[in-house]
Every structure is written in structure tokens, then in C-alpha cells.
Design a protein around this ligand. Sequence first.
Ligand code: GLA
Ligand code: ZN
Length: 660
Amino acid sequence: MTLMGVVYYPEHWERAMWENDAELMARTGVRVVRLAEFAWSLLEPKEGVYDFAWLDEAIELFHRQGIQVVLGTPTCTPPNWLTERYPDVLPVDVHLKTRQAGVRGHRCYNSPSMRRFSATIVRKMAERYAAHPAVIGWQIDNEFGLNECCCPHCEARFREWAKDKYGSLEALNRAWGTVVWSGTYSEWEQIKPPLGGTAFKNPSYLLDWKRFETDAVVAFQQLQLDVLRETCPGHFVTHNIWSYPMALDYYRLCAPLDFASLDYYPNTSLEKAGTSGYGGALTLDLARGIKRRGFWIMETISGPPGCWFPMWRTPQPGFIRAFAWQCIARGAEAVVHFQWRSAPVGAEQFWHGLIDHSNVPGRRYEEYAGLCEEVNRLSGTLDGSEVAGEAAILHSHELYNAFQIQPQAEGMDYFDNLKLYHRALTKLGILTDAVNAAEDLSGYRLIVAPSLYLLDEERAKHLEDCARNGATVILTNRTGVKNDNNVCWIRPLPGPLAEAAGVTVSEYDPIGGELHAMVDKQGNSYACSQWCDILTPAGAEPIAWYDDDFFAGQPAVTVRKLGKGRVVYIGTVAEERYYIELFRELADEIGLTRLDGLPEGVQISVRRKGQTRYLFVLNLSRKRQEVSLGGTFASVLTESRVGPALTLEPYGVEIVEWIE
Ligand code: GLA
Ligand code: ZN
């Protein structure tokens, strides 16, 4: 089932409006609503005093309309009575100032009071709705992030965490290399939060602090999860992650959940119109990669976003529909729009809903209604189909954090580079899974592994095995630099992968924003920037060379055949055109499935069900585009035959049963 849903806040509206809203939702084809994730002050207006009557009534209304309910636990918004009476709930920032209530997210994950009251409100809600036939699952909290809390509870927990990890101060001092600048700890009490950290602080300590912070969120979530698992064994439990890049480790966060959910707000502005669809494709592939299965979109765009910034453009005609299909094409099992109607009150009045404040359903609502009709009609067809790429791109929050702690060169951004490689794959029509760099990668035929900066022998061995077994493994600059403690290897780069890659880095130059030149075997010239590894092949064959500066003529890219596969090493960051050429050649050599000749802004994805493949062709641009399908196919949207040339209107969508 692909479920269409909306976010709804009964607490923002007069009761008299609820029934009409529920009734119109049902007529529109809405199958699920998310409720209550910020409603703590209504559910527990005073300490120990609970009021569920309003929520009972709202759930009942939806139930009567045949709409299912996902409940949010309200722990992102501790009410005023709680923060007043139990001030340890409030986080302490890096300037040691207590954060004030009045916005949201004002809660310390390690606060004993926060933990106690959270467990209780979640239990009360869970007990009340465990058996309600409309309630199908839970979202814990809202868009968790690291809150860098420096309160005494977090400080104490961090020490415990370090004790658990290292056992002794000697081991910790050794692992972190505290000998530098006389940083040796002689008592556990000397270990404190980094108060924001600076580039002058010890990078091993800073990275461990990030890991500790993730663990604090995971433990806070687990407290709620335990209650929900015990009380509502029949319900799913998820969390709505915010986007990427992210310091909080989503892989660890989502491991105990049933599936991941993503809040997805593609950019509507004209200048981003060309790129946001590609960034979005990566975000969706990452969301599918978290648990390597389908996921939910728990929030997505319904109108002009704004509030934290001046409003963006309103979604162009077709935008809401096309981006919802992009989610489904890349693995979403439900798409929940944020929100039903623009809020009349509060800070998000201008983060628009499907229906405007006027309460007159307009163009965007009509488009959404059409989308619901389509998705509901196709839900049976797509039911049970799955997205699975033959290529993988590796991602890691750990690497992101390590590069945040120590930026390597002007303009070198771990996540932007990931986007660059993924965009090239997407433009080539290669369906790619974006997966955790720490996972089992067997089975993938093309593996793009950007900057595996922290790398141990075991992981290197796994990648080497993948290559030996037939994969094309693509490594880039800043691979194999450090061990897991964020300490440099004393060996030639790319460290534990040097042998497999058949190449070493004899010297490097962090060229940053300067544009340099490189040339490939065919004599084509490309710009490169950020970084130049000057390579000495030891078994690998050069396939591109630098073309200027003191390293002109030295290898920039090499390939080494290894067992049934090969390892490619790219020592620099080139312009997009280079990756398109290189990946095309590599993919075609190994016969990867792809669709050639996609115009700018047009994306494809494939969902497989048994022998059947559904090819999604999405025009995420403002221009009419023509795509060559290479044959005629049955459209599952219109039940007509389409192709070989397919014309897509701006934000046009086609889905065909595809036989390659
Ligand atoms: C986030 C939050 C929502 C809302 C939207 C719009 O994704 O989860 O509560 O604030 O953004 O700003
Ligand atoms: Zn704290």
C-alpha cells in the first residue's frame, strides 16, 4: 500500500471545523493523518493531570471517515509547567547559558526529569490508544538532532560514556593522543563537554563527543520505544528525520525502529529549480538506505515555505504531484503532506498548507486531490514493489563529523562531493542505493566510496573483497587517512586500501578553490579543484593526468584490475562532466542497467515486483522535455501506450511497465 496522508493539528482549529476537515480529507483520498506531536501542554495541562478528551474526539472523527492515525509523542515540546518546576529539562548551550522554553526542541536528552516525564506521557498515550482501531503507529518526538547540551547531567554522562568505552584513563589518553599540548588527563573529572569545540581542540575528543551525543539521543528515544513496544506491540514505531547532512547518526537512531521517515521539502525557488531535484534524489536514496527498505515521507511540501526565512516561491503547477511521485519512485511507502491547512497561529503561519488561511480549497489542493486519486488507484499495482540499485554510493555521519571537525581544503565539503557523484549517476540514469559506509556491500556491481577518511583494516578488506568478487570500487582523495579514533595512520595513503588500489599518494596539494586542469586518455580536458593527490602507481594504470602546476603529467586517476573486479582511485575533485564520462564508461563496461540520454532535470527510477519493473520518468524541471524510452511501453498511469519518444510537460510524470 502506498498511503497518502496529511499532517493535521486539531488544536489549531475550532472544534466546529474538525468534522468538515475530516470529511473533506476522506473525499480527497487521504488515508492517514499524523496528530499530536507538539501537543503536550494540552495532553498534560498540569503535572499529573491528563486530558485526552479532545484527542479522543479527533481520532474518533477520523476513524469514522476511515482515515488511519499516526500519533506523535510530544517530547519535542515540554510544557511551561514542566520547565518551570524542573529546570534540568532545559538544555545548557555552549556558552553555559540555559536555553529558554518558548520555541521547541528545548529538552536535554540526559535530564532525569525530562526522561521521567517523557516516559510517563508516552505511557499514558500508549495505554489510551493501544487498542484504538484507527491508530496504526507512532512517531517518536520530532526531527531529533544533536543539541550540544553542556549541562551537568550531560557532563557526567559523557564521563561515564568515556569510561565505558576506554576502561581506563591511560587507554583514553593513548587513544586520543592527549600528550599533545600537555592535554593528558589525570582525573576523570577533568573530562568535560567541549563547549562547541574549536579547531584548536583535540580532534579525537571532539569526534567522540559527537558519538556520545548521538548515543544520548538514541537512549532518549529508546526510553520511549520501550514503553511503546511493551504497550502497543501491534503498532509500528518510526521517527521523522530532518534532512542531510546531519551530525546525528541516523543509522544508529533508526536501527531499533520499524522504518525510517523523512521530512522532505524540495526547494521551489527558480535558482534552485535545476539542482534541487538531484539533491532530493540523494536525500531519498539515503532515506531508503537507512534501513535498506521502504520508508515514509512524514512531511512534504504543500505550499510556499517560509517563516525561518522570507517565503520561497509557491510550488509551480505540477510540482507537488511530481515531487510526491519522486518520493514513491525512490521507495516511499507513504507520503504525508505538511500540512492540511496553513496555521492561523504560531511561528509557522506562513509555512503554507495545502489549503490557504481562507479555507477555500484552491489550485494546490486540486493538484493534491488529483495526486491522491492517482496514488490510490495505483497503490495495488505498486504494492510489494521495491527499489533496488545495482550501484551504491557510500555515506557516513562519522565521516561528515570528522570533516566538520577538520575541514581539509577550502571548498572541500564531504556532503557536497557526495551530491556531485550521485548527481552524475542520476543524470546517467543509473539507479543507486545510498548506503551506510559501514555496511555489507556484497552484491553491488558499482560502489562509489567518497573520501573514506576514517578507515580500518577490516573495512578496507571488505571493499577489497567486493572488488575481487567483481565490483568496480571507486575511491577518492582523503581515503584511509585515519583510524577510528581520528588518529592518522603512519603509512602511505590511501592507507589500508593502498595495496588494493595499487597506488600510493606520493604527495598532495590542497588546492582549495583554485581551478586546475586534468586530461584523460582520450585527451579531453577537465577542470579540477579542492585537492590534488599526486599518484605513484604500483600495479594500477593511470587513466587521467594533471595538466598544470609542478605536478603536470603526474597521474590523477588510476584503475587497478583486482580479481574479477577493479579499484579506481580519483585523487582530485573534478567538474561534473568528468564523472559523467567516467561513470558512463565504467557502467557500460560492466553492463549496468541505465537509461541513456536523459535531459537535464529528468530523473528515472525503477520499482521491481517479481518479473515486472515499473519505470518512473519524472520531469522535475520547468521546461517541457523529451525522453527517448527506446521502445513503446504500457503506461500504468493512463493505460495507454507511450514511447519510443516521450514528451513530458513541466513537472510531468510517466510510469510504465518496463521491459529492458
Ligand atoms: C519541520 C517540522 C515541522 C514543521 C516543518 C515546517 O520539518 O518537523 O514541525 O516545522 O518543518 O517548517
Ligand atoms: Zn544536558
